[in-house]
Design a protein around this ligand. Structure first.
Ligand code: ADP
Ligand code: MG
Length: 332
Protein backbone atom coordinates (compact mmCIF):
# COMPACT_ATOMS: atom_id res chain seq x y z
CA UNK A 1 0.00 0.00 0.00
CA UNK A 2 1.56 3.32 -0.98
CA UNK A 3 0.92 6.69 0.70
CA UNK A 4 -1.96 7.64 -1.59
CA UNK A 5 -3.63 4.21 -1.48
CA UNK A 6 -3.45 4.43 2.31
CA UNK A 7 -5.11 7.87 2.34
CA UNK A 8 -7.76 6.73 -0.15
CA UNK A 9 -8.60 3.54 1.73
CA UNK A 10 -8.66 4.83 5.30
CA UNK A 11 -9.21 8.57 5.23
CA UNK A 12 -11.27 9.38 2.15
CA UNK A 13 -14.92 9.61 3.18
CA UNK A 14 -18.03 11.05 1.61
CA UNK A 15 -18.54 14.63 2.81
CA UNK A 16 -22.00 15.31 4.22
CA UNK A 17 -24.29 16.98 1.66
CA UNK A 18 -25.26 20.52 2.62
CA UNK A 19 -22.38 20.72 5.13
CA UNK A 20 -19.53 23.19 5.20
CA UNK A 21 -17.03 20.95 3.33
CA UNK A 22 -17.23 21.63 -0.41
CA UNK A 23 -13.96 19.85 -1.30
CA UNK A 24 -12.55 17.25 1.07
CA UNK A 25 -9.58 14.86 1.01
CA UNK A 26 -7.68 14.62 -2.27
CA UNK A 27 -6.70 18.14 -3.27
CA UNK A 28 -4.00 20.60 -2.20
CA UNK A 29 -6.53 22.33 0.04
CA UNK A 30 -9.89 21.52 1.52
CA UNK A 31 -12.53 24.11 0.58
CA UNK A 32 -15.04 25.22 3.19
CA UNK A 33 -18.23 27.01 2.20
CA UNK A 34 -18.44 30.30 4.10
CA UNK A 35 -21.17 32.05 2.12
CA UNK A 36 -19.82 34.59 -0.33
CA UNK A 37 -16.25 33.36 -0.07
CA UNK A 38 -14.64 29.96 0.27
CA UNK A 39 -12.08 29.17 2.94
CA UNK A 40 -9.11 27.03 1.79
CA UNK A 41 -7.45 24.92 4.50
CA UNK A 42 -4.24 22.85 4.36
CA UNK A 43 -1.93 21.02 6.78
CA UNK A 44 1.71 19.95 6.40
CA UNK A 45 3.89 18.21 8.92
CA UNK A 46 7.69 18.39 8.92
CA UNK A 47 9.54 15.67 10.79
CA UNK A 48 13.25 15.73 11.71
CA UNK A 49 15.10 12.93 9.93
CA UNK A 50 12.36 12.66 7.32
CA UNK A 51 11.78 16.14 5.89
CA UNK A 52 14.91 17.85 7.24
CA UNK A 53 18.24 16.84 8.73
CA UNK A 54 19.16 17.35 12.40
CA UNK A 55 21.13 20.59 12.81
CA UNK A 56 19.32 22.44 10.00
CA UNK A 57 19.40 26.26 10.19
CA UNK A 58 16.35 27.02 12.39
CA UNK A 59 15.55 30.21 10.42
CA UNK A 60 15.22 28.24 7.18
CA UNK A 61 13.16 25.61 8.99
CA UNK A 62 10.70 28.26 10.24
CA UNK A 63 10.47 29.64 6.70
CA UNK A 64 10.00 26.24 5.05
CA UNK A 65 7.39 24.97 7.52
CA UNK A 66 5.08 27.84 6.53
CA UNK A 67 6.19 27.99 2.87
CA UNK A 68 5.03 24.43 2.12
CA UNK A 69 1.55 25.32 3.42
CA UNK A 70 1.38 28.64 1.53
CA UNK A 71 2.35 26.66 -1.57
CA UNK A 72 -0.79 24.50 -1.22
CA UNK A 73 -2.88 27.67 -0.83
CA UNK A 74 -1.21 29.01 -4.00
CA UNK A 75 -2.21 25.88 -5.93
CA UNK A 76 -5.83 26.47 -4.91
CA UNK A 77 -5.59 30.18 -5.82
CA UNK A 78 -6.31 31.23 -2.25
CA UNK A 79 -4.99 34.34 -0.46
CA UNK A 80 -3.27 33.37 2.82
CA UNK A 81 -5.03 34.75 5.93
CA UNK A 82 -4.03 32.84 9.09
CA UNK A 83 -2.22 29.78 10.39
CA UNK A 84 -1.88 27.57 13.44
CA UNK A 85 1.46 26.16 14.61
CA UNK A 86 1.91 22.87 16.48
CA UNK A 87 5.44 22.17 17.76
CA UNK A 88 7.04 19.19 19.49
CA UNK A 89 10.50 20.29 20.67
CA UNK A 90 13.26 18.37 22.45
CA UNK A 91 14.13 21.42 24.60
CA UNK A 92 13.42 25.13 25.06
CA UNK A 93 16.49 26.58 23.33
CA UNK A 94 16.13 30.37 23.21
CA UNK A 95 18.61 31.01 20.39
CA UNK A 96 17.05 28.25 18.31
CA UNK A 97 13.51 29.57 18.90
CA UNK A 98 14.52 33.14 18.05
CA UNK A 99 16.00 32.08 14.71
CA UNK A 100 13.03 29.80 13.96
CA UNK A 101 10.62 32.67 14.60
CA UNK A 102 12.68 35.05 12.46
CA UNK A 103 12.32 32.76 9.43
CA UNK A 104 8.69 31.93 10.16
CA UNK A 105 7.38 35.44 10.76
CA UNK A 106 9.32 37.10 7.92
CA UNK A 107 7.38 34.90 5.48
CA UNK A 108 4.10 35.19 7.41
CA UNK A 109 4.34 39.01 7.40
CA UNK A 110 5.27 39.10 3.71
CA UNK A 111 1.99 37.33 2.95
CA UNK A 112 -0.21 38.95 5.61
CA UNK A 113 -0.76 35.54 7.23
CA UNK A 114 -1.36 35.84 10.98
CA UNK A 115 -0.48 33.24 13.61
CA UNK A 116 -3.85 32.46 15.22
CA UNK A 117 -3.00 29.62 17.62
CA UNK A 118 -1.35 26.24 17.91
CA UNK A 119 0.07 23.82 20.45
CA UNK A 120 3.49 23.29 22.06
CA UNK A 121 4.83 20.13 23.62
CA UNK A 122 8.14 18.47 24.49
CA UNK A 123 9.15 15.34 22.60
CA UNK A 124 10.08 12.45 24.92
CA UNK A 125 13.57 11.00 25.15
CA UNK A 126 13.67 7.56 23.61
CA UNK A 127 15.77 4.48 24.29
CA UNK A 128 17.79 3.83 21.14
CA UNK A 129 20.57 1.23 20.88
CA UNK A 130 21.17 1.32 24.66
CA UNK A 131 21.42 5.13 24.66
CA UNK A 132 18.87 7.87 25.31
CA UNK A 133 18.16 10.19 22.38
CA UNK A 134 15.70 13.01 21.77
CA UNK A 135 12.59 12.12 19.83
CA UNK A 136 12.30 13.90 16.48
CA UNK A 137 11.61 17.63 16.33
CA UNK A 138 8.18 17.95 14.71
CA UNK A 139 6.43 20.97 13.22
CA UNK A 140 2.88 20.92 11.96
CA UNK A 141 1.22 23.97 10.41
CA UNK A 142 -2.39 24.36 9.32
CA UNK A 143 -2.91 27.38 7.07
CA UNK A 144 -6.11 29.09 6.00
CA UNK A 145 -6.74 31.26 2.99
CA UNK A 146 -9.76 32.51 1.11
CA UNK A 147 -10.94 32.93 -2.45
CA UNK A 148 -14.05 34.12 -4.27
CA UNK A 149 -16.60 31.39 -4.88
CA UNK A 150 -16.27 31.63 -8.70
CA UNK A 151 -12.45 31.23 -8.53
CA UNK A 152 -12.48 27.57 -7.40
CA UNK A 153 -9.61 25.61 -8.96
CA UNK A 154 -8.76 22.03 -8.05
CA UNK A 155 -6.61 19.21 -9.44
CA UNK A 156 -9.69 17.96 -11.27
CA UNK A 157 -10.33 20.59 -13.96
CA UNK A 158 -7.83 19.75 -16.72
CA UNK A 159 -9.40 19.27 -20.18
CA UNK A 160 -8.13 17.50 -23.29
CA UNK A 161 -6.40 20.13 -25.45
CA UNK A 162 -5.27 22.29 -22.49
CA UNK A 163 -1.67 23.47 -22.33
CA UNK A 164 0.47 22.25 -19.44
CA UNK A 165 2.55 24.91 -17.68
CA UNK A 166 5.04 25.10 -14.83
CA UNK A 167 6.38 28.14 -12.96
CA UNK A 168 10.04 28.96 -12.25
CA UNK A 169 12.51 26.09 -12.59
CA UNK A 170 12.36 22.52 -11.28
CA UNK A 171 14.95 20.06 -9.98
CA UNK A 172 17.29 22.20 -7.89
CA UNK A 173 15.99 21.01 -4.51
CA UNK A 174 16.57 17.37 -5.48
CA UNK A 175 20.06 18.30 -6.68
CA UNK A 176 20.72 19.86 -3.25
CA UNK A 177 19.73 16.61 -1.56
CA UNK A 178 22.04 14.68 -3.91
CA UNK A 179 24.96 17.02 -3.09
CA UNK A 180 24.34 16.80 0.66
CA UNK A 181 23.97 13.02 0.73
CA UNK A 182 27.20 12.56 -1.25
CA UNK A 183 25.24 10.94 -4.11
CA UNK A 184 26.44 13.74 -6.42
CA UNK A 185 30.09 14.86 -6.34
CA UNK A 186 32.14 17.45 -8.25
CA UNK A 187 29.55 20.25 -8.10
CA UNK A 188 31.06 23.75 -7.74
CA UNK A 189 30.58 25.49 -4.38
CA UNK A 190 28.47 28.20 -6.06
CA UNK A 191 26.14 25.70 -7.74
CA UNK A 192 25.83 23.63 -4.55
CA UNK A 193 24.91 26.80 -2.62
CA UNK A 194 22.32 27.73 -5.27
CA UNK A 195 20.77 24.24 -5.07
CA UNK A 196 20.77 24.47 -1.26
CA UNK A 197 18.91 27.80 -1.28
CA UNK A 198 16.13 26.25 -3.37
CA UNK A 199 15.81 23.38 -0.90
CA UNK A 200 16.00 25.42 2.31
CA UNK A 201 14.18 28.62 1.29
CA UNK A 202 11.37 27.61 -1.09
CA UNK A 203 9.33 30.56 -2.40
CA UNK A 204 5.61 29.74 -2.42
CA UNK A 205 4.03 31.06 -5.65
CA UNK A 206 1.15 32.79 -3.89
CA UNK A 207 0.86 35.85 -6.17
CA UNK A 208 0.96 33.66 -9.27
CA UNK A 209 -1.68 31.33 -7.81
CA UNK A 210 -4.02 34.28 -7.29
CA UNK A 211 -3.20 35.85 -10.69
CA UNK A 212 -4.11 32.56 -12.41
CA UNK A 213 -7.69 32.65 -11.07
CA UNK A 214 -10.01 32.24 -14.03
CA UNK A 215 -7.17 31.31 -16.42
CA UNK A 216 -5.89 27.97 -15.08
CA UNK A 217 -8.27 25.00 -15.27
CA UNK A 218 -6.33 22.82 -12.76
CA UNK A 219 -3.25 23.25 -10.58
CA UNK A 220 -1.04 21.47 -8.05
CA UNK A 221 2.18 22.48 -6.34
CA UNK A 222 5.25 20.38 -7.08
CA UNK A 223 6.13 18.89 -3.70
CA UNK A 224 6.76 15.21 -4.52
CA UNK A 225 8.13 15.51 -8.09
CA UNK A 226 6.80 16.93 -11.37
CA UNK A 227 5.64 13.66 -12.95
CA UNK A 228 4.18 12.27 -9.71
CA UNK A 229 2.30 15.48 -8.98
CA UNK A 230 1.16 15.71 -12.61
CA UNK A 231 -0.18 12.18 -12.12
CA UNK A 232 -2.54 13.55 -9.41
CA UNK A 233 -3.96 16.11 -11.88
CA UNK A 234 -4.37 13.42 -14.55
CA UNK A 235 -6.09 10.99 -12.19
CA UNK A 236 -8.54 13.50 -10.79
CA UNK A 237 -9.23 15.09 -14.20
CA UNK A 238 -9.52 11.74 -16.04
CA UNK A 239 -7.01 12.77 -18.73
CA UNK A 240 -3.47 12.01 -19.97
CA UNK A 241 -0.54 14.31 -20.79
CA UNK A 242 2.48 14.71 -23.03
CA UNK A 243 5.50 16.50 -21.53
CA UNK A 244 8.28 17.78 -23.82
CA UNK A 245 11.52 17.34 -21.89
CA UNK A 246 13.32 20.06 -23.89
CA UNK A 247 10.81 22.65 -22.66
CA UNK A 248 11.05 21.79 -18.94
CA UNK A 249 12.67 24.84 -17.28
CA UNK A 250 15.84 24.07 -15.34
CA UNK A 251 18.41 26.41 -13.77
CA UNK A 252 21.80 26.91 -15.42
CA UNK A 253 23.37 25.02 -12.49
CA UNK A 254 21.14 21.98 -13.11
CA UNK A 255 21.79 22.16 -16.87
CA UNK A 256 25.52 21.75 -16.15
CA UNK A 257 24.91 18.23 -14.75
CA UNK A 258 24.77 15.03 -16.87
CA UNK A 259 21.45 14.82 -18.73
CA UNK A 260 20.17 11.72 -16.88
CA UNK A 261 20.75 13.57 -13.59
CA UNK A 262 18.93 16.65 -14.93
CA UNK A 263 15.98 14.52 -15.95
CA UNK A 264 15.86 12.65 -12.68
CA UNK A 265 16.02 15.86 -10.61
CA UNK A 266 13.60 17.91 -12.76
CA UNK A 267 11.00 15.21 -13.47
CA UNK A 268 11.05 13.14 -10.28
CA UNK A 269 12.69 15.38 -7.64
CA UNK A 270 10.48 16.87 -4.95
CA UNK A 271 10.57 20.01 -2.80
CA UNK A 272 10.49 22.52 -5.70
CA UNK A 273 7.18 24.17 -4.66
CA UNK A 274 6.56 25.48 -8.16
CA UNK A 275 3.03 25.53 -9.58
CA UNK A 276 2.14 22.97 -12.24
CA UNK A 277 -1.09 23.95 -13.99
CA UNK A 278 -3.24 23.61 -17.08
CA UNK A 279 -5.01 26.27 -19.14
CA UNK A 280 -6.85 26.40 -22.47
CA UNK A 281 -4.68 27.53 -25.43
CA UNK A 282 -6.91 30.63 -25.68
CA UNK A 283 -5.56 31.70 -22.26
CA UNK A 284 -1.87 31.87 -23.25
CA UNK A 285 -1.73 35.67 -23.11
CA UNK A 286 -3.56 35.65 -19.74
CA UNK A 287 -1.14 33.07 -18.32
CA UNK A 288 1.88 35.06 -19.53
CA UNK A 289 0.35 38.19 -17.99
CA UNK A 290 -0.18 36.35 -14.67
CA UNK A 291 3.50 35.36 -14.71
CA UNK A 292 4.53 38.95 -15.47
CA UNK A 293 2.45 40.58 -12.70
CA UNK A 294 3.65 38.06 -10.13
CA UNK A 295 7.29 38.26 -11.25
CA UNK A 296 7.56 34.48 -11.79
CA UNK A 297 8.40 33.06 -15.22
CA UNK A 298 5.89 30.53 -16.58
CA UNK A 299 6.77 27.93 -19.21
CA UNK A 300 4.56 25.79 -21.42
CA UNK A 301 5.93 22.23 -21.15
CA UNK A 302 3.32 20.08 -22.82
CA UNK A 303 -0.36 19.42 -23.31
CA UNK A 304 -3.29 17.46 -21.96
CA UNK A 305 -4.43 14.48 -24.03
CA UNK A 306 -7.02 11.72 -23.62
CA UNK A 307 -6.71 9.33 -20.67
CA UNK A 308 -5.83 6.44 -23.03
CA UNK A 309 -2.59 8.24 -23.94
CA UNK A 310 -1.56 8.16 -20.21
CA UNK A 311 1.54 10.24 -19.30
CA UNK A 312 4.42 10.35 -21.77
CA UNK A 313 7.64 12.38 -21.77
CA UNK A 314 9.13 13.08 -25.21
CA UNK A 315 12.71 14.00 -26.08
CA UNK A 316 13.75 16.60 -28.69
CA UNK A 317 13.12 14.06 -31.49
CA UNK A 318 9.60 13.27 -30.28
CA UNK A 319 10.68 9.87 -28.95
CA UNK A 320 9.34 8.66 -25.59
CA UNK A 321 11.87 8.99 -22.77
CA UNK A 322 12.06 6.14 -20.28
CA UNK A 323 11.19 7.54 -16.84
CA UNK A 324 12.15 4.81 -14.41
CA UNK A 325 12.22 7.04 -11.31
CA UNK A 326 9.60 7.30 -8.61
CA UNK A 327 8.31 10.53 -7.15
CA UNK A 328 8.46 10.72 -3.38
CA UNK A 329 6.07 8.40 -1.53
CA UNK A 330 6.34 7.92 2.25
CA UNK A 331 5.24 4.27 2.06
CA UNK A 332 6.46 3.12 -1.38
P1 ADP B 1 0.05 17.91 -0.46
O1 ADP B 1 1.31 17.27 -1.05
O2 ADP B 1 -0.62 18.87 -1.39
O3 ADP B 1 0.27 18.49 0.91
P2 ADP B 1 -0.68 15.26 0.28
O4 ADP B 1 -0.07 14.47 -0.82
O5 ADP B 1 0.05 15.40 1.56
O6 ADP B 1 -1.00 16.72 -0.29
O7 ADP B 1 -2.13 14.70 0.61
C1 ADP B 1 -3.02 14.34 -0.42
C2 ADP B 1 -4.43 14.56 0.07
O8 ADP B 1 -4.73 13.67 1.14
C3 ADP B 1 -4.72 15.96 0.59
O9 ADP B 1 -6.03 16.32 0.19
C4 ADP B 1 -4.65 15.78 2.11
O10 ADP B 1 -5.48 16.72 2.78
C5 ADP B 1 -5.17 14.38 2.29
N1 ADP B 1 -4.66 13.67 3.49
C6 ADP B 1 -3.39 13.29 3.74
N2 ADP B 1 -3.30 12.63 4.91
C7 ADP B 1 -4.55 12.63 5.45
C8 ADP B 1 -5.11 12.12 6.66
N3 ADP B 1 -4.38 11.47 7.57
N4 ADP B 1 -6.43 12.34 6.86
C9 ADP B 1 -7.20 12.98 5.96
N5 ADP B 1 -6.73 13.46 4.81
C10 ADP B 1 -5.42 13.30 4.53
MG1 MG C 1 0.26 20.26 -2.61
Amino acid sequence: MNEFELIERFFTRAVPAGGIVQQGVGDDCALLDCGERLLAMTTDLLLEGRHFLPGIDPASLGHKALAVNLSDLAAAGASPRAFQLALALPRADEAWLEAFCRGLFALADEHGCALAGGDTTRVPRLAWASAQVDGPLTICITALGDLPRQAVRTRGGACVGDDLWVSGTVGDARAALACRSGELAGVSADDAAAFGRRMDWPQPRVALGVALRGAATAAIDVSDGLLGDLGHILKRSGVGAVVEWERVPCSAALRSLPVERQQNCALAGGDDYELLFTAAPGQRAAVEAAGAVSGVPVTRIGRIVGADDRLRVLDANGLELPTPWQSFDHFA
